[in-house]
Design a protein. Structure first.
Length: 329
């Protein structure tokens, strides 16, 4: 990968390890659970080659980045501050935020928290939404009454860490497969007993490599989890009520910067939040791209690498060429 290097930057109580490549307007690619910056492996080179400076961190709790003990510092506002710290460390005043999974709410939040610095936002799979009017437990119990729900399971410290950590590689392979377009749609949310663990409820992945991830890439994902455990990554799920309260502090939730959205039509998030796309259209008045990828599941950057890269390059070119009301490249 031309000019790529690995660096670390400090953000408050956390040290963030990241890959940086290329030169030009800054684009920060933000991953989610249980991914790493490695999830964007197919996009870094092409974006850098097209004239962008690309920064791809392992978010706090992941990979070579630090994992603070306090679960409260894994909130969305903390993560948005991490993204601003990356831009500061690189000497950049403005940037474009691109997010996937948990990285998407972080990307949306950066636009709200740093309106004069974030030029545009692009989300892979998670629409921008209104904050929940009820607590996490009220929502979980209403949407998934008397049955297993992974966010409820992840709230308690200990059980999920122990289950997933017994064999990090096998755990990740099962999770990656269950949320992909290769598994039956809804596999991740199929009913099971309230007190069930996560993994036995998922179908077994196929023998050999996954269709969108080589065994070597799976090994690279699993190695830091095998070394460090899952605690930090799971703490992202332990701030639901704090995250919703933080969101309400930003008012009407309108994203005023140019926005883009790309999603697989087998994206599980579409089943979790009712009318997500419709709500996003009202909250993003400058929504310049909204596309669906047939047959694609949750892992869009890996399952459809060429389509994701092409969409990002098209979006970046558009926001670069058409100045809007907010900051532009």
């Amino acid at each position: 990968m031309t000019s790529a290097k690995r660096i670390s930057v400090r953000s408050g109580d956390a040290t963030l390890s990241m890959t940086v490549a290329g030169s030009g307007p800054l684009v920060i690619l933000i991953h989610g659970w249980p991914d790493l910056g490695l999830g964007y492996r197919h996009q870094i080179g092409p974006l850098a080659g097209a004239g962008y400076r690309v920064a791809v961190p392992d978010m706090r709790g992941y990979g070579a980045s630090s994992a603070p003990e306090d679960p409260h510092v894994y909130s969305i506002d903390h993560a948005a501050d991490d993204i601003a710290a990356i831009a500061d460390a690189l000497g950049e005043r403005t940037w474009v935020s691109v997010g996937h999974d948990w990285g998407s709410p972080v990307a949306w939040r950066t636009a709200q928290r740093f309106p004069d610095r974030v030029r545009a936002v692009f989300s892979l799979g998670v629409p921008h939404r209104l904050p929940s009017p009820v607590s996490a437990h009220e929502w979980f119990d209403s949407a998934y009454p008397d049955r297993f729900y992974y966010m409820r399971y992840f709230e308690q410290v200990g059980p999920a860490e122990q289950e997933l950590g017994r064999d990090a590689r096998d755990s990740l392979k099962r999770i990656f497969h269950a949320l992909s377009g290769d598994a039956p749609f809804g596999e991740w949310l199929k009913p099971r007993p309230l007190d069930a663990p996560l993994l036995p409820g998922l179908m077994s992945p196929p023998e050999g490599p996954l269709s969108f991830m080589s065994d070597a890439e799976l090994d690279a994902h699993a190695e830091p989890f095998a070394r460090n455990g899952f605690y930090g990554s799971l703490c992202w799920y332990r701030n639901w009520d704090a995250n919703e309260a933080q969101a309400r502090a930003y008012g009407d939730q309108t994203i005023r910067q140019p926005a883009g959205f790309l999603c697989g039509d087998r994206e599980i998030v579409l089943l979790m939040f009712d009318r997500g796309l419709e709500t996003q259209r009202t909250l993003c008045p400058d929504l310049r791209m909204e596309r669906m990828l047939p047959g694609c599941g949750h892992w869009t950057p890996a399952e459809r690498p060429s389509e994701v890269t092409a969409a990002l390059l098209e979006f970046l070119s558009d926001v670069a060429d058409r100045p809007g009301d907010g900051p532009n490249i």
